[in-house]
Design a protein around this ligand. Sequence first.
Ligand code: PEP
Ligand code: MG
Length: 555
Amino acid sequence: MYTCKGKCVFGGWAIGKIRVFNKGERKVKRISVKDPDKEMERFNKAKAEAAFQLKKLYDQVLKEVGKANAAIFKVHLLLLEDSLYLSSIEKIIKELNYNAEYAIEETTEKIVIMFSSIDNAYLRSRTADIRDVSTRIINILSGEEEFTIDSEEPIILFADDLSPSETVQLDRERCKIAAFVTAQGAAFSHTAILARTMNIPLIIKADIELNTEFNNKNAVVNGSEGLVYIDPNTEFITEIQNIISTEAKARESLNVLRGLPNVTIDGAKVELNANICHAKDVVTVIRNDAGGVGMYRSEFLFLEKEDFPDEEMQFDQYKAIAEILGKNMKCIIRTLDIGADKQLPYLPLPKEDNPAMGVRSIRISLRYPEVFRTQLRAIHRASAYGRVGILFPMITSVEELRKVKAFSAKVRDEVIKDGCSVGEVTYGIMIETPAAVVISDLLASEVEFFNIGTNDLAQYAMAADRQNPELDEYFDPYNTALMRMIKMTTDNAKKKGVHVSICGELASNTALTDLFLAIGVDSLSVPPSLILPLRKLIRETNLSKVRDEALKILG
Ligand code: PEP
Ligand code: MG
């Protein structure tokens, strides 16, 4: 047995078999070929194999999840026969005498550039499909396989890094991921957030080797200490199995807290809500006895699809969450918050030098009104089934907020005119830019609730990209500037009777719970699995005794 070390992001022990996820940094080389006809034959054979794979995938997806989801493979099959695509490849092979891989890559880039400049969102979104089809043929030519996991045993996934869309697409139905271990990564990235919501231990910046020879070796992960033990002996595995079952019993013992209020010994109350990324996570919200959903990151629905989810598909998801939570539990749906590390392959955005400060989040919704309208229609329709709140991310001014609210009101009128039922909705915003904090007194006159997003707020306040692992030191949880921003926002919210919640990752930092209670936030919104441990802590706290000490962080 030997040990690798990394940085702990989400704790817990895990045992499983290693699977190495190599993105296979494939560099296509330009090679001159002596026999272009033979090269054409090679290409045609690979194309036929791609068509065979796509037909198989179509049938399989059709059977498992229906026509709408399978349609994408039909589109890919059509692209395989596209005359513009094929004639360009043939020309490069036959007239310029280059290899098939290079001909495919060149053609793909040419078409992508051509489509990206067309003022048609549908055609632009097809560029991702062209890339997908080309990658498939190139992989066949080079003998590479697609990465899929089909395993009965729990998997410890080793990767260089994982994007949120890769994480979300890992087939959780066909395998059980016991832990993620990545060589890179950042603690406040959306992959980290996803791992917390999925309740899966995650270690980042680990000194692991991404060698496929590790596949199927046993490993033990200690998420809390950031340690990975490779090839442990059976005694060690048994010892860890015992620890895991003791911890499971301790977690079960928290069930006695179900139904009890989140109240300190001296009577201070706070709501505990859950952050979720998928409609199916709502089950864990109920199981962990959260007050409701404090923030549903709706963008994960978009990230797991091959194309924009249409109104019906979105409505089904939002309705499912609202209906399960019912009229008593909150259901806060955040509108699409993409950009920076959350990229939709079917919405290619222009390259930016500073994507975290670029066209992202609400700015994208405002630039793509059809996408925004479709989402808002689905949310307003879902409001008939539960206690829905609409949360707008990354707001920076009162004018911007009024614009999105007016847009939403117009969409709601359209929905009603179409004869659909709607329920009451409340409006809220993410307070996640220093601008929003500074004008929180003005913004408080416009909405019913504030969600303080400490992940982005820390990034913008400290001028430290949350994706950059070099800048960890700027994400000090005790940062005075950040804590004062939370206090200022809360004070301004309270003056106007606006509900204030902390929904960034700091909400689950138990070293700060006393301070948040002392500042007087109304709610903490955290991964579902942390609700009961936090309730226990709050019920054991005597706020009057710890208040002064806690407030010292404010300086
Ligand atoms: C935040 O920024 O704190 C937040 C809750 O949103 P996200 O992490 O999804 O950007
Ligand atoms: Mg944010």
